[in-house]
Design a protein around this ligand. Structure first.
Ligand code: HEM
Length: 408
């Protein structure tokens, strides 16, 4: 196939046409053009489960280096603005080889499952406080009132970032997210670049404070965390790592909670089942992750000529691995388009696979479980406000709703 032939890949537009419900398009891709070129993101789309897993199993051939720069064009003014911030260096998610291991190690310690388990009472406390804040209102916009503040408060606490700055941090991080993952008009792109620079300065200042006065927190731990014989993280690596962990820690889990709540409430028997059987929540969360994956896809880049699904690709070719499409692959998941809260096994790709497997998976699962346990226990009569228009945020690698109105 050449890039000039009309193809399904040519039709792909994750910011518009395939934003709200991409799943029938994904089915068509898997059946007709499992590897196809998308001019919109300048990458081959990979939609079959086995192809995605095979690529993720070969990190020496398929690099992560372009994961955070997946083809959004920056205006010269945006680039000039960004030059006022901290120079870009790879962090864990877009590093490869030994550098990836070096950058991953300290975060793996920070989010180790044994450490995360001890956080349950604290996370429950935050969830309870948030629900206390709206339970007497009879209604809530659940994204802003629970789905984002819960995981953001948790990740800020782990790192030691002041909670009082939470709203401003969310604004800056959301702008950063949109800057690198959504096509924006020039003025907004420049404004978002200014937000990113402001975030860099804010984090650099926190690092300076910890250098002069160490605390018992994640930022202090990162300052001199390194493996024997390896360099500690540089100032640039610290700034980008801390920013990256904040975003990875809330944007994804916000969408797990938001996407999950819509799936559970749009079919009231699902909600009722979880209200009566809280022990079904962990399996339901896995199915939410599979069915409406918060991270629909990520980029890999070839290091050498390689054939994928019969298509020959030269070195330097970008591939966009559609985890969301792989998660609906009928060869791996029987009745893949059915939402089945009891599905087992459920080897979904929502947390990736292989060397870059999500470090925050135990935390995300715990936060999701606590959110749904708290809501089903305290608000069993919850329902979606009828006739609201649910719409997704246009973003290449995050799939979630702008707002979700609920009532009881
Ligand atoms: C439902 C919530 C979450 C989802 C769906 C999710 C998804 C993912 C995925 C798909 C990857 C793999 C990246 C790749 O293949 O290149 C990843 C990596 C990562 N995630 Fe998560 N994530 C979630 C929550 C979290 C949380 C709560 C944190 C931390 C607080 C976190 C931190 C990370 C980090 C640091 C990496 C990079 C790992 C590496 O490249 O070695 N994630 N996540």
């Amino acid at each position: 196939m050449t890039t000039n032939e009309p193809s399904l890949g040519t039709a792909y537009n994750p910011f518009d046409r395939h934003l709200e419900n991409p799943y029938s398009f994904y089915t068509q891709l898997r059946h007709e053009e499992p590897i196809t070129f998308s001019p919109c993101i300048n990458a081959y789309l990979v939609s079959r489960y086995d192809d995605i897993r095979s690529i993720l199993s070969q990190p020496d051939i398929f690099l992560s280096r372009d994961t955070l720069t997946p083809g959004i064009t920056m205006y010269p003014r945006t680039i000039a603005e960004l030059s006022k911030g901290c120079p870009f260096v790879p962090i864990v998610v877009n590093a490869d080889g030994a550098n990836h291991t070096r950058l991953r190690e300290p975060l793996q310690k920070m989010f180790a499952p044994t450490r995360i388990r001890t956080m349950e009472p604290f996370i429950r406390q935050i969830a309870t406080r948030l629900v206390d804040g709206f339970i007497n209102d009879g209604h809530a916009e659940i994204i802003s009132q629970l789905a984002y503040p819960l995981p953001l408060a948790v990740v800020l606490t782990v790192l030691g970032v002041p909670q009082k700055d939470m709203q401003e941090i969310r604004r800056l991080c959301d702008d950063w997210n949109a800057l690198i993952l959504s096509p924006l008009p020039e003025e907004r792109q420049v404004a978002h670049a200014q937000s990113l620079v402001a975030l860099h300065h804010y984090i650099a200042q926190l690092i300076e404070q910890r250098r002069s006065s160490p605390q018992e927190d994640g930022i202090t731990d990162l300052l001199d965390a390194h493996m024997p014989g390896e360099e500690p993280l540089s100032q640039e690596e610290l700034v980008h790592t801390i920013g990256g962990v904040i975003i990875a820690g809330y944007a994804t889990t916000t969408n797990l909670i938001g996407n999950g709540l819509v799936l559970l409430l749009e079919e009231p028997t699902r909600w009722q089942t979880l209200c009566e059987h809280a022990d079904h929540i962990p399996l339901a969360i896995e199915e939410i992750l599979r069915y409406h994956d918060p991270v629909p896809g990520l980029t890999r880049t070839t290091t050498r000529e390689v054939t994928v699904g019969g298509v020959v690709m030269p070195a330097g070719t970008k591939l966009f691995l559609l985890y969301s499409a792989g998660n609906r692959d009928e060869t791996q998941f029987p009745c893949a388009d059915q939402f089945d809260m009891q599905r087992k096994p459920n080897r979904h790709l929502a947390f990736g696979y292989g060397d870059h497997f999500c470090i925050g998976a135990p935390l995300a699962r715990l936060e999701g479980r606590i959110a749904f346990e708290t809501l089903t226990q305290r608000l069993p009569a919850m329902q979606l406000v009828p006739n609201q228009k649910l719409s997704h945020i246009p973003n290449l690698i995050h799939y979630g709703y702008q707002r979700v109105e609920v009532q009881w």
